[in-house]
Design a protein around this ligand. Structure first.
Ligand code: FAD
Ligand code: DLZ
Ligand code: SF4
Length: 519
């Protein structure tokens, strides 16, 4: 009687529910490097290196802890290429009599797991992923009890649930739930003194890099500066480094952008969190402890904890609430192809060029680059949201559908018509100019709406409002921009429309198949 415990590439946590309470002697842990996962989109090379290297390290740690691990490598000639195929082979090799697995993070994988009982004729126990703080049934109950699914109210419930930054059951530390108004400073004059800690590739990672440079050489991105944590120990060192060096200013500069400052005061912890090397609760406790030691101010720590237990958990809940329909949403009916510069980085728009460069070099961009530069541009330009979502899923090392879909299709593209956000995150050049130093070095003039050197974001912003007036006019948070638009005279409106049209016509679409062509 052998229980097979499959552990997926984003489940690399020693406290995983399927390992807890399982018997070492009668269990076999199955870990599988499979083509289906490495190519369902053409992931950034760094994401594949991260997952495969972290999986190989994790398997060794499990063996060290006494587990019997059946590990299938990508280049194993008998590898079937899919989770289902590998579980089937593993049952055969080990006379498996039952399967114990933690629910998958993505809909498509969860669907496959749902078919295993019938296919293999053995009991399949699917456990909740309790690394997340809010169980999904609790999120669904919260959502069912609301008319509008506002993150802030969910976040307060999460503060009460965890007791993080709470004086008592209902009193937040500092007397306020949210210090966001202190968190909108323009960029600092200088970069942070020290970049986040880097982890030089060891022999295992170097072996995976060679595999990826061979088999996935046509995928987007470079590996020249690969330095991500691939073990829990390294991830904890990155967390300590963040708490010490950057957390104190995280809040203040949360929305700022500075050319060439790839990480600014951000934590860079999302890749480790999302594949399981860190748990959200340990990260929050480390930040809270820094506040209690007097080493980080409340606006920074509260802002960070809100991202972790508020946004991250709310986004995950929304994914499972809205799937499978979420993949198909297109509220504005946008059809334009994704511009080529999203892959090449070649554009005169300094903000977009720097954000794509960061994405290519580090498989990373910080939140405002993702939201107010690249996402904002795509929405204003009317790009097909499915192409936008594919791009985000490919290019970021922290991207899994559960977190990418709601952020891209909901928060950034408003393609869900406002289920997740109360209004579109649309901004003209003025917003980017306020929050960054990009415009100083740009060939476009951020103050101009029309003309050869006018900032494209300006005409696109007004054209977006104009095009979608019937869909947005009723939104009470859009009243002010429409009031401004309607004060423009007819000739100004026509000039703006013509400017936007000329610019959109000049955009080159990316070659089809970049995101989903199989290697
Ligand atoms: P920090 O700025 O240091 O924030 C701390 C942590 O808070 C992050 O590590 C992350 O775990 C969490 N967090 C903050 N905001 C969010 C959010 N909106 N959703 C979920 N978690 C959040 N995050 C991903 O993990 N994967 C994605 O694929 C992803 N795609 C995004 C796409 C768009 C269009 C946008 C606007 C945001 C996206 N995010 C995504 C959220 C956020 O941008 C990243 O989590 C963050 O930039 C990661 O960098 P960091 O670890 O330095 O974050
Ligand atoms: C992202 C990824 C990649 C690139 N490769 C693998 C893999 O070979 N084996 C694996 O178990 N997981 C991989 N992953 C992560 C999975 O895509 C992720 O675990 C599921 O999508 C979650 O549902
Ligand atoms: Fe971006 Fe416009 Fe500023 Fe150039 S001027 S950096 S395009 S916002």
């Amino acid at each position: 009687m052998t229980t097979i415990i499959p552990i997926l590439g984003d489940q690399l946590s020693h406290g995983l529910a399927s390992l807890r309470g399982s018997d070492l002697a009668s269990s076999v842990v199955l870990m599988m490097e499979v083509a289906e996962e490495t190519t369902y989109v053409r992931h950034h090379k760094a994401k594949i290196v991260l997952i495969l290297s972290a999986m190989r390290h994790f398997a060794e740690e499990l063996r060290g802890a006494g587990w019997q691990v059946d590990y299938v490598r990508l280049d194993d000639p008998d590898n079937s290429g899919s989770f289902t195929g590998e579980v089937e082979r593993c049952i055969g090799r080990n006379e498996g009599s039952s399967i114990r697995i933690v629910e998958a993070g993505e809909w498509r994988v969860q669907q496959a797991i749902g078919g295993w009982r019938d296919r293999f004729g053995v009991p399949v126990e699917i456990l909740s992923d309790d690394r997340f703080i809010c169980p999904l049934p609790d999120f669904f109950a919260w959502a069912a009890s609301r008319r509008e699914l506002v993150m802030e109210s969910f976040y307060r419930q999460q503060r009460r649930r965890t007791g993080l930054l709470m004086e008592s059951d209902d009193t937040p530390v500092g007397g306020q739930w949210n210090f966001d108004k202190d968190n909108r400073a323009p960029p600092p004059r200088q970069r942070p003194l020290r970049e986040p800690r880097r982890f030089a590739p060891d022999e295992t990672t170097r072996e995976v890099i060679a595999l990826v440079e061979g088999r996935f050489r046509h995928h987007f991105g470079t590996l020249d500066s690969f330095a991500l944590p691939v073990t829990a120990e390294q991830a904890r060192a990155l967390l300590a480094d963040f708490v010490e060096e950057r957390l104190p200013r995280f809040g203040t500069y949360q929305d700022a952008m500075l050319e060439g400052a790839d990480f600014l005061y951000h934590s860079r912890l999302s890749t480790s969190l999302n594949c399981g090397l860190l748990t959200p609760i340990e990260v929050c406790e480390a930040a809270e402890a820094a506040y209690h030691r007097g080493e980080a101010p409340l606006n920074a720590v509260e802002g960070f904890i809100r991202q972790m237990i508020g946004w991250r958990e709310y986004i995950r809940g929304m994914y499972w609430l809205e799937m499978p329909g979420l993949s198909e949403v297109n509220f504005f009916g946008n059809r334009r192809d994704l511009p080529d510069f999203y892959w090449t980085g070649t554009t005169d728009m300094a903000c977009c060029a720097d954000s794509v460069r960061n994405t290519r070099d580090n498989a990373y961009a910080h939140h405002i680059q993702r939201l107010m530069v690249l996402g904002n541009f795509a929405m204003l330009a009317g790009i097909d949201p499915a192409q936008v979502a594919d791009w985000y899923l490919v290019v970021y090392a922290d991207a899994y559908e559960w977190v990418e879909h709601p952020n891209v299709l909901g928060m950034s593209q408003f393609a869900d018509g406002g289920r997740l956000g109360t209004k579109p995150y649309a901004g003209s050049g003025a917003y980017i100019n306020k929050m960054s130093n990009y415009c100083k070095g740009c060939r476009f003039d951020v103050k101009k709406r029309v003309g050869e050197d006018a900032c494209p974001f300006n005409a696109l912003y007004w054209d977006f409002l104009d095009r979608n007036e019937a869909k947005l006019r009723g939104n009470r948070r859009m009243w002010q921009p429409y009031a401004t638009w309607n004060r423009f005279g007819d000739s100004t409106k026509s000039e703006i429309r013509a400017q936007a049209r000329r610019f959109l016509d000049s955009l080159e679409g990316a070659a089809p198949g970049w995101a989903r062509a199989y290697s």
